[in-house]
Design a protein around this ligand. Sequence first.
Ligand code: ACO
Ligand SMILES: O=CC(=O)O
Ligand code: MG
Length: 530
Amino acid sequence: MAVPQERLELGTVEIHADAAGYAGILTPAALDFLARLHRRFEPTRQQLLQARRERQAGYDAGGLPDFRAGTASIRASEWTVAPIPAALQDRRVEITGPVERKMIINALNSGAKVFMADFEDSSAPTFANQLDGQLNLRDAVNGTIGFTSPEGKSYRVGDNPAVLVVRPRGWHLHDKFFGVAGEPMAGALVDFGLFVFHNALALHGHDRGPYFYLPKLEAMEEAALWDAVMAATEEELQLPLGSMKATALIETLPAAFQMHEILHALRRRAVGLNCGRWDYIFSYLKTLRGHRDRLLPERGQVQMTVPFLKAYSELLIQTCHRRGAFAMGGMAAQIPIKGDEAANEAALAKVRADKLREVKAGHDGTWVAHPALVPVAQAVFDEYMPAPNQLGVLREDVRVSREQLLAAPAGTVTRAGFDNNVEVCLRYTAAWLDGLGCVPIHHLMEDAATAEIARAQLWQWLHHGDLQFPDHAPIDFALFDHAVAAHTHRLRDSRHPGAARADAAAALLSAMTHADQLGDFLTLPAYEQL
Ligand SMILES: CC(=O)SCCNC(=O)CCNC(=O)[C@H](O)C(C)(C)COP(=O)(O)OP(=O)(O)OC[C@H]1O[C@@H](n2cnc3c(N)ncnc32)[C@H](O)[C@@H]1OP(=O)(O)O
Ligand SMILES: O=CC(=O)O
Ligand SMILES: [Mg+2]
């Protein structure tokens, strides 16, 4: 067979991993497509990452995020997003989960309206995880996905499966297994590119997508880059312009000041925004890492009801509904607790209360972490949202100022909270290094975003100096080192996920916490070890 001219002239993607078993995904045509995406969009991605660094330098020097002066007309003028497809009109409950075969089938069968297949916060991006995920999603789209467990239980997708929405990695992550002319590709483009190359036409033919969640955006230009990537892909695959739909997560502090702008950049394909609360809290910590007057209390005290998070979620609802887009809620961290009825009911009650707050505030739908939580969330939304959505709830009463978005709530850092951050970060990092991106710890869902909160808080509490527990004992590195050693010892001897990677995780957590600068993402140095 003749080698296409473009491969001869420009080269294609080089795979730096054992690709046996993935020939059906890594076809020459798919790799050429990825290479074209890389050549066209990588320079812009690099510029946008540089812009992030420059903005952060401004915040570190004392500056604070603000609404952008240059885009006031976008916020003030009247416009709406393009019509939303029928398949996404009712998104009252969305289940999320990693792209693992059994979980995909369970999620599609869960009764949720939407399944967000996650290459991001709940995935450790090993080559096998990402590529198996692509194989699994291709089979799901083609209706051929099936699975038999080691115990012999067989899994198949039933009638009326959830609508598939895919979340690729964020712009900050590269993929060391995919190179073009010696440069690593963007993880985002690998995930997006392989998925659309193999599934876009089939999904479009069935009025089912392709639909995406876009994570960790920090500026409208980053949304515009996604729009350009999707428009170029639509052209290449001969799909109608705007047929790929996107829901952007507002899960960084800078993005909260650009909600209108992000929807505007995506307006021919935006269907909504989502309150990604966990990354949002992490981003608050990271963006304001140099501001000693804006330290947050321990994780457990930073609930969605605290003023700065309430303001953010209400601003999101108001913004979305003014633009005809859905305002999606987020994820409560509680998961079902087996074998303890009272504890389980208490966990479900917390999920129920969170969903009640969301639906009453005007959200159009919400996320759950586990199939058993679908009926819990659905009952609340069914009761308070009889229509498919709440686009008519304009929330014109909401007035959110810059200072409200930036105000740290009152609270404390307790010994238990400090110790829990060490334990969670250590155990999550160890599991991640072992290829697991989402794990239950003390009956809470922990993923890359929740672990980042723990890590960033430890760094801040230790580097701002002079912080004390309520009993006036100092919060210092000796305590931290001791806690890391104790939890590493315990993890090593346990049957928890990642036990075999306890020492590697401890080394990483120690290095990142002792470092003078708060590292941008835990997953960047951790990725070198995957
Ligand atoms: C901040 C954010 O980004 S939130 C979004 C990212 N996070 C997520 O998506 C969370 C996804 N959830 C999960 O990964 C899991 O629910 C965990 C890790 C939290 C808990 O996992 P486990 O303790 O293994 O759950 P558990 O043992 O109760 O699972 C029971 C069954 O439900 C299935 N299940 C659990 N969670 C999910 C899910 N999210 N999607 C589909 N199936 C699921 C399991 O596969 C299992 O199936 P089986 O009975 O057929 O074997
Ligand atoms: O992605 C969701 C989040 O809360 O972070
Ligand atoms: Mg997130």
